[in-house]
Design a protein around this ligand. Structure first.
Ligand SMILES: CC(C)(COP(=O)(O)OP(=O)(O)OC[C@H]1O[C@@H](n2cnc3c(N)ncnc32)[C@H](O)[C@@H]1OP(=O)(O)O)[C@@H](O)C(=O)NCCC(=O)NCCS
Length: 162
């Protein structure tokens, strides 16, 4: 499996993928609107099509924040490999931690991140309500028919990995 970085050449294909999977190229995180067309990222292509994508940004406080992670061909270790790659990038950029948010309905992601050394550090209670104000496309019912209401914050400590 080959991991490619986002480049000006593949950016429009990446934007099309984001549009399809996140309703728009804007991501709402705790009420903040993030333009994903400006993010760095890692993609996996198969026969010219994107099969997995991770986007991230590195913040001035030396936190690498994953903004989106999608793997279309699941249970083959693809997302784990993308995570490992972003950990390497974050270390190279002298980051102290990698942060990611997921919503309360996303039971698979909640398990996935914890099994890979992320710690659940914060519940952003009712934060999806604020996010919905800037991204009305966010549905009210999430995965497994669970009401989509809160965001959970996970952190991977790069200095003291679990
Ligand atoms: C959550 C998500 C990113 C996981 O992607 P994935 O590519 O399936 O992840 P992996 O394959 O690395 O790991 C998933 C499972 O497959 C298992 N697996 C890995 N390689 C395997 C193999 N060769 N054979 C069988 N199982 C395997 C892993 O052990 C893992 O199980 P575990 O979490 O119980 O340990 C994916 O389900 C997804 O895109 N969901 C929708 C979007 C989303 O919710 N994103 C996260 C929030 S931002």
């Amino acid at each position: 499996m080959e991991i490619t970085t986002i480049t000006p050449e593949n950016r429009s294909v990446i934007n099309g993928f984001l549009m399809k999977h996140w309703y728009s190229t804007d991501m709402a995180v705790c009420g903040e609107k993030i333009d994903m067309t400006r993010l760095e990222g890692l993609a996996v292509f198969s026969q010219g099509e994107i099969t997995a994508l991770l986007t991230y940004r590195i913040k001035p406080d030396h936190i690498c924040e994953i903004i989106s992670l999608d793997s279309l061909i699941e249970n083959q270790g693809t997302a784990t490999k993308l995570l490992q790659k972003v950990f390497d990038i974050a270390r190279t950029c002298s980051c102290k931690a990698v942060k990611v948010m997921t919503t309360n309905d996303n039971l698979k992601a909640i398990g996935f991140y914890q099994k890979r050394g992320f710690d659940m550090i914060k519940l952003h209670y009712n934060s999806v309500e604020n996010s919905r104000k800037i991204k009305p496309e966010i549905p009210f019912l999430g995965e497994y028919g669970i009401p989509l209401r809160h965001e959970l914050e996970f952190v991977y400590d790069l200095k003291n990995p679990k």
